[in-house]
Design a protein around this ligand. Sequence first.
Ligand SMILES: [Zn+2]
Length: 170
Amino acid sequence: MSVTFHIEGNPTGAFDAHCYETDTTLGPVVGYDAIVALMDAHKAECEECAAYGIYSHAIMDVSDEQDVNVSNMNARVLLNALGRHADGDEFDLCGSLSGEDFLGRVLLALATDRDDSGVASAVVGGSALGQRGATMIDCGLPAGYFAERFGALHALAQEATRLGRDVVWS
Ligand SMILES: [Zn+2]
């Protein structure tokens, strides 16, 4: 499970679809019916997509190049640092703020001293701890993680502010 921070976009009405088997992109074409026709034609030629499906993707009017994707656990830590207190409920991992508001929070977080020396990975559950079930590993955090992630969120927030859009996460 992960959370992506992105700039709110509006659909352009165009769609594309990507086949990972042949690494080809269908479209972009305007209109959902048009991409469905292309996907149907592709499935007639591609066993992988015929068996597992191929999914259309609505093209938005903002780039997704600056999207920041993090694990749920790390999203919680980042959102707490941004003053968006997320408790254990997954629902709290969805939200939005205006670009300006988000940018201000990121700048505050960047200016706040924090221990960014990293967290070693550790076994947090499973037979190694005398528990039943799968071995659970907390992957930890590399040193400099917060600086790197807040740097990426800063770039995202600046672009959202420039476009007058919200930053959305889910
Ligand atoms: Zn395919």
